[in-house]
Design a protein around this ligand. Sequence first.
Ligand code: C2E
Ligand code: CA
Ligand code: CA
Length: 624
Amino acid sequence: MIGGRRRARLRALLAATDVPAIAGPEAFALLTGALMAAGGIISLAALAFPQAPEVHVGALRAMAVAVIVLGVANATVLPRRAGWVHHAIGLGATAYITAAVLLAGGGVASVAYASLFGFIAVDVFLIFAWRAAAAHLAVVLLACVCAFAVLPGASVAQAIVLDGMFLAVSVMTACLSRAAAGAGVDSLTGLLNRRGFDRRLAAAMADAERSSAPLTLALLDLDRFKSVNDTDGHASGDRLLRVTAQAWRERLRPGQVLARFGGDEFAVLLPGCPPEGAEALVAGLRAALPAGRTCSAGLAEWEPGDSASMLVNRADVALYAAKRAGRNRAHRHAGEDGRGRELLRAMAAGEIVVHYQPLIDLQRALHLGLRSAPLAGSVVDPGTVTGAEALVRWQHPTRGLVPPLHFIPYAEERSLITDLGLHVLHSACVAAAGWAPGPDGPRPVAVNVSARELADPGYADRVAQVLGETGLPASSLVVEVTESSTESDDPQLTRSLHALRELGARVAIDDFGTGYSSLSRLSRLPVDVLKVDRSFVRALGTGDRSETIVSAITGLGRALGLLVVAEGIETAEQAEALGRLGCERAQGFLWSRPLPPDEFAGRLGGAAPVSRAAPVGGMASIAG
Ligand code: C2E
Ligand code: CA
Ligand code: CA
């Protein structure tokens, strides 16, 4: 049992990292060069002392000087060499030490020289993948045995003792270095993984801050990689990733960092490289792909004050633009302009506020006698409020309350939507956690999320973190995503929605009926709520077919077990028509405009959470 577990752990260790890659090629070149030079210096030092008559002192001295020179050269020029050169150096070093063992004449001096094989045994397991390193070690062990076999006065027994030691040292080196590197390394390609990359990015940003040297990040995504996996199998997909990683690795210079972010997405960090140079380099990487393959790329330059996530987001926005423009191209992010910086400042200054529009239990509201309620100044019966939708506003110091459509689309084009969306989510969760429960239990909050946020693989994790921080149960959160944004073929969007569902949150399809309303997509997406678009509500009673369409949507919702919400209800007639058509929930100016957080909470009769900014009078009135 214990043995089995140990074997499993060993297997995992062997599989975890093929190439240890704790350091880059430049560090390996330095290490190999240093070991060569050290061997030469040790040899020269030993030869300064009296030697046995059979030792060829002159030849050994010449070899020692040569190997020191070669070692220094190796450390300075090797990083830019192809992979086979590294193997040639390994084999050359084995031949060199074998020659030294023979020239030492077979006595104690030969045993001393043979101990230098230990350098090779350690070096190859730090640099090469398991199989290649094992092949080099086998050559070393064999060379040692053969040299001792042919030397007069030496015995194979001495070689066996030495070989045993080399074997033990190399296996320990291999395991320790792979275990140390494993956490930050992608096991398939041997490149850094996201975690390893993030560490290097943080260090590079700190350097850029200090030196004000440029720093460019490029994200590269293989085009139509999914079809390789689907049609040729995952083994072909893996092979393509490995070949790509190898081809790109060889084109990078010391200090440039290549990582695999996951899936078919790679990242290249280019310290000291201005965007123009980075564009040329990325063009080279795209050209180095295997025949018939293409990739899309997004580039962004680090700007002072940027966080790592802002830089990655900007490169991601550019990558997204490249893909939308038809793939097989590179886009460069233009950087934050004055408007972007103004929005960032507003977020930091607490000017981005969230208002809440009540979600009404339509049947209950109708039952309570909707028609008799005076429209202007009507008061929402707290018993009919089943929750609220969070709607963001910019409380601008000079422009007043700016509606979301004036800045959300802009934020979505840039990377700003990530931070903005997170701010709204956090505010909404804090607010909802303080709301008094309704007759049906806790009142959930619905938050609008843009497709760009869901395209981020880390989105669901961030939501989980915010829920944890604010104490709001996941069941009290509804994520609203517009129907049109679910039409992109991005599989990550679907994955994010599933992940949110697994957390316990619900998913609403917003503006339903304005997109393609594909039934196959509805069956594929994890959906709990359909929000009938305002345009159908507005058209009710005008004689067109909106009534038929709304009744079809409520029928669809019932059949699929989904909650149907109608939005934009302004008149009692609309409310009654929707009630007749089977709508369960409703939202609209008939009941209330979106309200500042404390005002909304006050209407529920619960303790009002403290809002981040003072409410604005104009928006706060009921049914203006
Ligand atoms: P939406 O999700 O369809 O939100 C409903 C919009 O309809 C809101 O506009 C709301 O104020 C308005 N509305 C509600 N009842 C009525 C009514 O009876 N009559 C009329 N004429 N309008 C009504 P708002 O707040 O201007 O938001 C516009 C859009 O901006 C939202 O449409 C949503 O797509 C987006 N948005 C708002 N907040 C956020 C956010 O935090 N994140 C993201 N990504 N988008 C947001
Ligand atoms: Ca919405
Ligand atoms: Ca809507």
